[in-house]
Write a protein that binds this ligand. Structure first.
Ligand code: NAD
Length: 295
């Protein structure tokens, strides 16, 4: 299938490469030349613009940072929707506001284009391995259209509900992830301040009632998990500023629905302070730096 893939960062790059490896013809575009060079080295075709990428595409996949990027791309000055063939399928895997997904989906429907939201979980490791979890918002028929492509990038595909529902599921998950990463960091920092070995403590908690995803796969303390961002200077992974965005989306949603999310609010404030202190571009597990005793 001819696929346009737009947004080739930490997640989009490996996702596009997996589609290429599965035999699809992928034409990729990103504003960053570095990101384009990486996928070109893997044999993907690169486009000169988003308009160029979507020419002749039966499916268009986007993996962009935030709501404004998705709305800007499809409905802004470039009006990409007008360049996409009628009858094509658009899969937006970015984590954005559900309301933005619904707005773009409505415009797409008017142009005769199927649009679903399909945000993901599983981190850069899951993107590389092709084991992501997709949370889809759209009709049954739209999901079935997308499924063969999603299966090449992920291992779990959930139908959350109508368009926008995938985004709502995603921010619930990421609010929990933000909270549990702060909690895990606090617990490890406390143990280390008392002279415990972070590896031994992490293993004790992983096998005990405090066990969680960070302790399994994404330990915030350097050297505990060889492949986690913490052991690579907090490079790559899931940026602090992206987590801050997701916690902001959760709080906006909680305000609109009068939901009570006190820990989500506190986690947002902690990540905001961490970002202001200069760590916005580092992986979000670097939040442990805020909680560790210095020297
Ligand atoms: P990233 O910052 O690494 O990549 C985003 C890419 O989009 C960049 O290469 C940027 O140049 C490109 N871009 C921005 N605007 C563009 C435009 N108009 N046209 C073309 N390219 C454009 O971000 P990421 O870590 O890959 O995350 C992407 C999305 O996935 C975000 O919404 C994030 O919240 C979500 N997400 C990330 C992770 C993770 O572990 N990194 C996990 C799940 C979900």
């Amino acid at each position: 299938m001819q696929i346009a893939f737009i947004g080739l960062g930490n997640m989009g790059g490996p996702m596009a490469i997996n589609l290429h490896k599965a035999g699809h013809s992928v034409k990729a575009f990103d504003l960053s030349q570095d990101a384009l060079a990486k996928v070109k080295a893997e044999g993907l075709q690169v486009a000169a613009s988003a308009q160029d990428a979507v020419q002749g595409a039966e499916a268009v996949i986007t993996m962009l940072p935030a709501s404004q990027h998705v709305e800007g791309l499809f409905l802004g000055n470039g009006n990409l929707l007008a360049s996409i063939a009628k009858g094509a399928l658009v899969i937006d895997s970015s984590t954005i506001a559900a309301a933005t997904s619904q707005k773009v989906a409505k415009a797409a429907e008017a142009a005769g284009i199927d649009f679903i939201d399909a945000p993901v979980s599983g981190g850069t490791g899951g993107a590389i391995a092709g084991t992501l979890t997709f949370m889809v918002g759209g009709s049954d028929a739209q999901l079935e259209r997308a499924r063969p492509l999603l299966e090449k990038m992920g291992a779990n595909i959930f139908h959350a509900g109508s368009v926008g529902a995938g985004q709502t599921a995603k921010i619930c998950n990421n609010m929990l992830l933000g909270i549990l990463m702060v909690g895990t960091s606090e617990a490890i920092a406390l143990g280390v301040a008392n002279g415990l070995d972070p590896k031994v403590l992490s293993e004790i908690m992983r096998r005990s009632s405090g066990g969680n995803w960070a302790l399994e796969k994404y330990n915030p303390f350097p050297g505990v998990h060889e492949n986690a961002p913490a052991s690579k200077g907090y490079a790559g992974g899931f940026g602090t500023d992206l987590m801050l965005k997701d916690l902001g989306l959760a709080q906006e949603n909680a305000m609109a629905t009068k939901a009570s999310t006190p820990l989500g609010g506190m986690a947002r404030a902690i990540y905001a302070a961490h970002s202001i202190a200069g760590h916005g571009g580092e992986d979000f597990s670097s939040v442990i730096k805020m909680l560790q005793k210095k020297g």
